[in-house]
Every structure is written in C-alpha cells, then in structure tokens.
Design a protein around this ligand. Structure first.
Ligand SMILES: [Zn+2]
Length: 55
C-alpha cells in the first residue's frame, strides 16, 4: 500500500506546464524558457547601455 503512494509522488511532471515529462522541465517549456531568457538578456543589456549613457 505504501509503495503505491511512493509511485504517485515519484511521477515526473514538467515544473512549468505540469504535463507528464521525464525531465523536470519538458522540451517545449525548455525551449520557451531559453527564448525568454535570451530576450530578457537583450533587454538588460539595452537597459545597461541606456543607464551608462545617462551617467
Ligand atoms: Zn512543460
């Protein structure tokens, strides 16, 4: 009986979309995160340049 509970807890799902996935984050979400991170990096770099120009 206890083993059934264990199996339930061990079921892997994507941490982002909650869909069953063998990895913590499924490939679809991984790609999405990567794209968003790149965009954020660009924004930060842009902000940094603007700040420098102000100073
Ligand atoms: Zn996902």
């Amino acid at each position: 009986m206890l083993e059934i509970e264990k199996k339930k807890e061990k079921k892997h799902v994507c941490a982002i979309c909650g869909k069953p996935s063998e990895t913590t984050i499924c490939h679809a979400c991984e790609d999405k995160i990567r794209g968003e991170a790149l965009e954020k990096k660009k924004e930060i770099e842009k902000a940094g340049i603007t700040d420098k120009g102000r100073h």
